[in-house]
Design a protein around this ligand. Sequence first.
Ligand code: TEU
Length: 541
Amino acid sequence: MKKAWWKESVVYQVYWRSFYDTDGDGYGDLEGVIQKLDYIQNLGVDVIWLNPCYESPDVDNGYDISDYRSVMSKAGTLATFERLLQEVHSHGMKLIMDLVVNHTSSQHPWFKEARSSKDHPKRDYYIWSKTPNNWRSYFTPSVWEYDETTEEYYFHSFAVEQPDLNWQNPKVRQEVYSLMKFWLDKGIDGFRMDVINLLAKQEGFPDSNHPEDISYLGNNPGIHEYLREMHEEVLQHYDIFTVGEIPFVTPEDGLLYVGEDRRELHTLFHFEVCDNMSHWDMQRFKDIQRRWYNGLWGKGWNSQFLNNHDHTRLVTRFGNDSEYRVESAKCFAVLLHMLPGMPYIFQGEEIGMTGVRFDSIEDYHDIAMKNKYKEEVDKGRKPEEVFESLLHLARDNSRTPMQWNDSPNAGFTTGTPWIKVNPNYKEINVAKALKDPNSVYYFYRKLIQLRKEHQVMVYGDFQELFEDHQQIYSFIREYENERWLVLLNISDLLVEIELPESLALVEKEIILENYKVQEVSTDELKLKPYEARIYRIGSRG
Ligand code: TEU
């Protein structure tokens, strides 16, 4: 197994618009990230992933970029960004930026020029057709939008305001490589690449028999040629880290993106958990982990995340955000940090922040939710019923402001926050977590610290126990002379298990637990709701 700094890293995701507001406009800003760097550093993480802060009309919270070389005024200026980068480095951390090059904003000058006339030299920076096919986009009923001026349709995988770039055009590719170098030459440490497997499109756009399954948008012929070219022209010249956001991917195809001999990307986010598992499903989760471990181990590197700015906070979605909020947050923390692959923490996860439930569609801002709501209501469905059905997985669930303390607006802003603060901020906030040695925060910190001291958490192989158990997830990580046993009760029940004889007899030393462990080296174990334990175990007995 080849060692690398990025394999040993823990990534912290900063959704800056909801992190910390220093100018009172209700949006977090880059200055706010700078002011909170000590906090992030104290957690012990290695890399910060910053969501897009480029110039943007902001219809999709920065994922619709109108100028790749400047910073949107809500976030600050290019000078603020440069200071942030310098400060991140002087705090001993690294910074990766979001690279959003599957699409631009419809306000990008390239698109304005492209749509101005059929024979504009930039026309084929985008994808045009005289006739639409039957595909859906992520956010709208069709991937095609009619353009009045030139009487053709343009292609968009997301919102109408996010036209897809035409990667077949070598000029587009050169434009992208050049903007990547612009940021890399400033000293950033890599990219999180937004829906990077969507760049190549299907030749001829054939109609689909199942248009609601939008996987036709990704993994199309040509994608690996583009990524290799990008590697060749840009990535290989820098000591950086790249993680691709890659929906609709199996471990077999995943390896084509991250295989160590492939010269494409370092690692990926697949969405078998976050897109396909709306509630906790133990057997499915185990199966996903098993397949990805078998598919990648020794050949390519995996990433682990249980929520982000697009996916409902993990305690609300997978754990229990009322009675066992703290226990389940810690239990999933152990899962996240002990599975093979690098862990990503989404801001606020480290204090066990929960998903939100606002009363009205007016309180939500996300374009995905708003569009879906309108589409379903327009079909004649009852508004209340549509609203209710969208709540659980609404992207705004995880986008509410970071809860710093119990002062108004959770200490996030002195103005009016762009999105309402979760009303539970008096109970759940950073100030409170820092005062409580048993908080979720210190538990995350401990796990991150352990990774730095014990390479078994990074390079250890993975063997499962209790494979068919409905409540218990258990596995051993083993590296050189170190063997760690992980026992998790991912349920609201008290569960009793008996360790296999081979483990019952060996010595066990507790490394971390989220309850006070009573019994130590017995073979019969009672695990309380969401109880999590990590043991160091002796060599085979
Ligand atoms: O996300 C892609 C996306 O649609 C996710 O919501 C989805 O859950 C998964 O990632 C892929 O199936 C990215 C950004 O994270 C998101 O915020 C943007 O809206 C989107 O791309 C468009 O740029």
